[in-house]
Design a protein around this ligand. Sequence first.
Ligand SMILES: NC(=O)c1ccc[n+]([C@@H]2O[C@H](COP(=O)([O-])OP(=O)(O)OC[C@H]3O[C@@H](n4cnc5c(N)ncnc54)[C@H](O)[C@@H]3O)[C@@H](O)[C@H]2O)c1
Ligand SMILES: O=C(O)C(=O)C[C@]1(C(=O)O)C=C[C@@H](O)C=C1
Length: 293
Amino acid sequence: MNKLGINKLVLIGVGLIGGSLALDLKRAGRVAEVVGIDIDADNLARALERKVIDSAHTGIHAAALAAADVVLIATPVGTLPAICQSLAPLLPAHTIVSDVGSTKQLALQAFAQYLPQHYPQCVAAHPIAGSDRHGALAAQFGLFEGKKCILCPHEAQDSGSLNSVSALWQAAGADLYTLSAAEHDAIFAAVSHLPHLMAYAYVHQIGSADQRQALLHFAGSGFRDFTRIAASHPAIWADICLANRESLQDLLQQQQQQLAFLQQCLQQQDAAALRDYFQAAKAVRDEWQQGQS
Ligand SMILES: NC(=O)c1ccc[n+]([C@@H]2O[C@H](COP(=O)([O-])OP(=O)(O)OC[C@H]3O[C@@H](n4cnc5c(N)ncnc54)[C@H](O)[C@@H]3O)[C@@H](O)[C@H]2O)c1
Ligand SMILES: O=C(O)C(=O)C[C@]1(C(=O)O)C=C[C@@H](O)C=C1
């Protein structure tokens, strides 16, 4: 046992987020051994080369899970139910299960439905850090340093498991916050999932334009800054958007009202309304930026 009691971490999904946490925990001496499970054998080979993990499996097997202290699920959120179902007969009694997914109600539902014996030891977590890159090659040290990590404890939560998972994220430098899963999903629909949808929609508009080549040729930093997140992993984002579809449908409706207002300002050549609208948006953006420092 090391100082946290985490001898063996089983990481399911050895990508940007899971891989980055594994790197930090290994460097901090908080885990002795990391076993990687991933459906992508090439990705596992890269993870082994980069020492993100110590051993690799392409499926969820008893041998991989034997004596696991923590199982961390870091796959697209839509895979959680099936993964929990596969884990159920194989988990040692003491194992803590956690996830890193961008939506939390689905995670708690999957834990409750497929891991009822372990439910008190299941801890839903979400680091608010990442990028448009993916896979083990994108895993990096220090990704979570100074970033928020949201924990969504549930009604049957075992406090020891919650503390152990909290300690892992703190070891990676994250600042911990607690929200209910419903609060979490409503907030991140607005500040993460909606902007991703809008970036995808805007890039589609450009990509389907007759002048596509010229538009892309001359696009500069405004285009780059607004569209970076449209380069994110399609499978990760399809799962997030579907898992949070109800909030997102409401938010898209609200966004259409914003666009309709802009149409009206342009039609009426209303410079004052546009200036006020942009000024109010700038004030919100400036307020956010100040809160970051
Ligand atoms: N990318 C971000 O910015 C970010 C930030 C915070 C949280 N998240 C969440 O973290 C999770 C992982 O995202 P990521 O960005 O690390 O993605 P990633 O693509 O870098 O890594 C996911 C890995 O899971 C593997 N995988 C997919 N299905 C699997 C399955 N059924 N069994 C085993 N392995 C499987 C993939 O091969 C891949 O290596 C997602 O739930 C995402 O919502 C992402
Ligand atoms: O930086 C990015 O590319 C991100 O999209 C990171 C981001 C975000 O929207 O802020 C994306 C999804 C997460 O669940 C958490 C962080």
